[in-house]
Design a protein around this ligand. Structure first.
Ligand code: SAH
Length: 516
């Protein structure tokens, strides 16, 4: 069998967007992903859906896998002919033991690549507003291991040399030994007033910074109950934080927000939250599928075959538009065959989707719900007319019902089905339990129903209980009603039932709960 290949890749400090383009390419093409805790789980969304995911970090009932076993695992997988990615936090060559992994691969004649990553040593301070060098304050920096275990005093550090060798000192794995580190530095000649910062979980929603001086930092770390992982920065550069702190000032900073919409529809919401400093956690629970049963296909084909007969085509969602056109293409129906029909579009996004395809809607109901469409139909649509309603299988019944009551002949067409997409990311229950998800956004009733079902499938017996401490944000009253029916306490419903409205409401809610 041909041997596989191993990519030893730096995943960056935590924010999944801080992986390199080359690293991302390797991730997308790998058959197996070997990762640990510092390489964020959200990166796994980029993997091939059927890629095998092997977690080698700590679990409640298991220690971190031994380094020798990881080395062996990489070799074995490659010998099976697989393309393997070993994702490591930060940069793989900075306290990442990549040398040992590469060594054994080399000995076994396996091809590998080392793809650098953004090390936490510089990026974590940067996210706290601390550039590690400065024209006037520090013209060099050192990255030093502090070794997390408090009983293991590292004798390989020459404190006399390290203390004064460079301007800025950056310690990784040093939280538990902060007292020892500051003592050594003072003992070897640094002023007790030297500024120090500890940045915990930098670039993630949990990012927290404690600032002090060599003489008082231990106390402050204790008072703040700061835990690993954190980067320690020692030197005058720390002062820049007073003016340069940036991400912490954004309105959604510190919030990890779960996005439940279908991946294909989530980009707008993701980008807006990201821009406001929130951390997005994609967890798509719905997926759109084309109907497949012969009788369904026949129904669609027949409905489209009489394109010339319709007086109206009414679209109520972007998906409706998207899938309607897919079917037209599939059955070779040119849109111009609907020459008699007027088009109605509910909501500005639906109208935009139509316009992208060269059609300007004749009717744009004011309200975003089907009821608004009905008011605007008065005097426009006449009894006896024929209307086509291409939509999803879960669409609400209000529109066709009321149209029929007005004597309109209605052809309802399921152009797509909404199904539960079983998430590959198994971390959600644990994150909920640890309070690591702060907000969940629901953009339709089906996202509510499916998230509850997904949680049940992941072994959560009482999903409403698991979501008790999470802010529940719904795009509008219908979705909110569904959430309530499922036992959730809805805390955010925007005045305008759009993505922009939802994002604004999230910011308002954050301001309110933060008390400013
Ligand atoms: N190869 C990694 C470092 C591995 S050692 C890199 O280049 O970043 C692990 C240590 O890195 C942790 O103990 C902590 O000091 C630091 N670290 C990694 N990610 C971090 C983060 N997001 N926030 C704070 N510290 C981090």
């Amino acid at each position: 069998m041909e041997k596989g290949k191993v990519y030893l890749v730096g995943a960056g400090p935590g924010d999944p967007k801080l992986i390199t383009v080359r690293g991302l390419e390797a991730l997308k093409r790998s058959d197996v992903i070997v990762f640990d805790r510092l390489a964020g789980p959200q990166l796994l969304n980029f993997a091939k859906p059927d890629a095998e995911r092997i977690y080698v970090g700590k679990l409640p009932d298991r220690h971190t896998m031994k380094q020798e076993d990881i080395n062996r695992l990489l070799v074995d997988l490659a010998l099976q002919g697989k393309t393997v990615i070993r994702l490591k936090g930060g940069d793989p060559t900075v306290f990442g033991r990549v040398g040992e992994e590469a060594d054994l691969l080399q000995k076994n004649g396996i091809i590998y690549e080392i793809i650098p990553g953004i090390t936490s040593a510089i990026s974590v301070p940067a996210y706290a507003g601390i550039p590690v060098t400065h024209r006037d304050m520090a013209s060099s920096f050192s990255v030093i291991t502090g070794h997390e275990s408090p009983d293991k005093l590292d004798l390989s550090i020459y404190w006399d040399k390290v203390t004064n060798a460079t301007g800025t000192l950056v310690f990784l794995m040093g939280v538990a030994k902060i007292a020892y580190i500051s003592d050594q530095l003072i003992k070897h000649g640094r002023s007790p007033d030297t500024p120090v910062a500890l940045v915990q979980w930098g670039t993630r929603a949990e990012q927290k910074t404690v600032v002090g001086t060599l003489s008082n930092i231990e106390e402050r770390v204790k008072a703040a109950n700061l835990k690993p992982p954190a980067v320690i920065v020692v030197g005058d550069v720390v002062r820049q934080r007073e003016t340069l702190s940036w991400i912490e000032k954004k309105p959604l900073f510190g919030q990890r927000i779960l996005i439940t919409r279908a991946r294909s529809q989530a980009s707008d919401l993701l980008a807006k939250i990201d821009d406001l400093g929130g951390e997005t956690y994609e967890y798509p629970v719905i997926e759109m599928k084309l109907p497949e049963k012969p009788e369904q296909l026949q129904e669609i084909e027949q409905a489209l075959a009489q394109a010339e007969a319709y007086d109206w085509v009414m679209l109520t969602s972007v998906n409706g538009v998207e899938y309607f056109f897919r079917w037209l293409d599939r059955y070779g129906v040119d849109i111009r065959r609907f020459h008699k029909a007027k088009f109605a579009a509910v909501g500005p996004k639906t109208a935009d989707a139509l316009r992208d395809r060269g059609i300007r809607a004749d009717l744009l109901p004011e309200s975003f719900r089907a009821e608004g469409l009905l008011d605007s139909l008065d005097g426009v649509i006449a009894p006896g007319q024929l209307a086509l309603l291409p939509r999803g299988d879960l669409a609400r019944e209000t529109l066709p019902k009321e149209l029929k009551e007005r004597g309109v002949r209605v052809v309802e067409l399921d152009v797509y089905h909404t199904v539960l997409s079983a998430p590959k990311d198994l971390w959600l229950p644990e994150m909920l339990e640890n309070g690591e998800i702060h907000v969940i956004t629901f953009t339709s009733s089906s996202t509510v129903v499916n998230l509850m079902e997904a949680l049940r499938q992941l072994g959560v017996s009482n999903p409403a209980e698991a979501l008790r401490n999470v802010e529940i944000a719904c795009i509008g009253p219908v979705t909110a009603q569904t959430a309530k029916e499922h036992g959730l306490t809805v805390t955010v419903v925007p005045e305008k039932y759009t993505i922009d409205g939802l994002v604004e409401a999230l910011v308002d809610r954050r301001r309110m709960t933060k008390g400013d």
